[in-house]
Ligand binder design. Structure first.
Ligand code: CP3
Length: 350
């Protein structure tokens, strides 16, 4: 197996910088759209062979160094009794949003085999067939809470923040339930064969540092402590988190995800002795490839061949992205010389 990804996560030297893309499975790939024409996202996650197939599609086409399990962050929620749907072009919509401690008290405990049996079976199939490590994943508790409390997509997360501040007991109970669910969910993914796990805290950048420290970090700490016995590397990812990186790193994760709003070297300095993942703006892939190439080199220069850089976008692949450009980007990252260079100064160019 190609273990570049796992070596970089452990900050060991690598022959090439490993690269994979968040949201690499799905949306932008014609072969995924062909599958999607006959099966919904939820149906795919309940069909082991189909789920394994769409997970491996980007590995075959793009030549990336890791696979990510095909599922959604909302996938485990049915297992705690949350009814939701995924609306095309919108995202997850929760039928009865959570508004009180009584709503939280109605959540059930998560039983992996019952809740996501076929998905766990898919992991076994992927593990047997994949030439690269498989990353399992889950939504982080805050980001899941945003969906559960808002009921759907939101820009400001006002209901979620209000619950956090006005109903601290309900917030605590909700975080507690989501942490417990996530430890069991990721534990089951690892037992089924996932080599590493990533937590997507996609919406946490909506919080200020004080709120993060008080109302999210303690739960992330507890979550990472609960994952430690699994013995697999963990990635802690967020978007818009330039002001939170130090706190996120302190809360946990062998790898910290960086988005494009901070230069990689500055983000790396903020997280200290960790590996980092990132951080090309996915929007660049909608423009000329020259700009993608130039910016990718700028990012790789900042990593400067230090062990512990996993190349990725700063957020997920956009649906309009041309997969050929993703292939070219993978090749560029792999062909880039990774010999260590003198310390990088932000702003320098090749
Ligand atoms: O590589 C992959 O794409 C693996 C599968 C994957 C999906 N969702 C499938 C999906 C992963 C890793 C996710 C994570 C996810 N889902 C996140 C965290 C990452 C991020 O982008 O921040 C979040 C916030 C969601 C919530 C979500 N699910 C949204 C906002 C949407 C709608 C917009 C969109 O992404 O298309 C979804 C639906 C969804 N999840 C689709 C897919 C392939 C598209 C809908 C469909 O095909 O029915």
């Amino acid at each position: 197996m190609n273990d570049r990804y796992l070596r970089a996560v452990r900050r060991e030297p690598v022959d090439r910088t490993p690269v994979w893309f968040m949201r690499q499975a799905g949306r932008s790939l014609p072969e995924f759209r062909a599958v999607r024409a006959r099966a919904s996202l939820i149906e795919i996650t309940r069909d082991p062979a189909l789920c394994a197939e769409v997970t491996l599609q980007p590995v075959r086409r793009l030549g990336v160094d890791a696979a990510i399990l095909f599922a959604d962050i909302t996938t485990p929620l049915a297992g705690i009794g949350v009814a939701f749907d995924i609306e095309p072009g919108v995202g997850p919509v929760v039928e009865h949003p959570i508004a009180s401690a009584a709503d939280v008290a109605r959540l059930r405990s998560f039983e992996p085999d019952e809740a996501v049996g076929p998905l766990l079976e898919a992991i076994g199939l992927i593990r047997a067939a994949s030439p690269v490590p498989l990353i399992g994943f889950a939504g982080a508790p805050f980001t899941l809470a945003c969906y559960l409390v808002e009921g759907g997509p939101s820009r400001e997360f006002l209901r979620t923040k209000t619950l956090m501040h006005a109903e601290p007991a309900a917030w605590t109970a909700l975080m507690d339930a989501l942490v417990a669910m996530t430890i069991r969910y990721l534990g089951a993914q690892v037992a089924a064969g996932a080599h590493a796990v990533q937590l997507f805290d996609s919406w946490v950048g909506g919080l200020g540092p004080r709120d993060y420290e008080r109302n999210v970090a303690p739960w992330m700490r507890r979550l990472f402590a609960g994952l430690a016995p699994l013995g697999v590397p963990t990635t802690h990812f967020g978007v818009g988190t330039a002001g939170l990186l130090g706190l996120q790193a302190e809360a946990g994760g062998d790898v910290i995800g960086l988005d494009w709003r901070i230069a990689l070297a500055d983000g790396w300095a903020a997280v200290g002795e960790r590996a980092v993942q990132g951080n090309l703006d996915p929007a660049l892939l909608l423009g000329p490839f020259e700009t993608v190439a130039e910016t990718a080199c700028w990012i790789l220069d900042q990593a400067g061949g230090r062990p512990g850089h996993i190349f990725n976008l700063g957020h997920g692949v956009l649906p309009e992205t041309d997969p050929d450009d993703l292939c070219r980007l993978v090749d560029l990252v792999h062909e880039y010389a990774t010999a260590p260079t003198p310390p990088f100064v932000t702003g320098s160019t090749r």
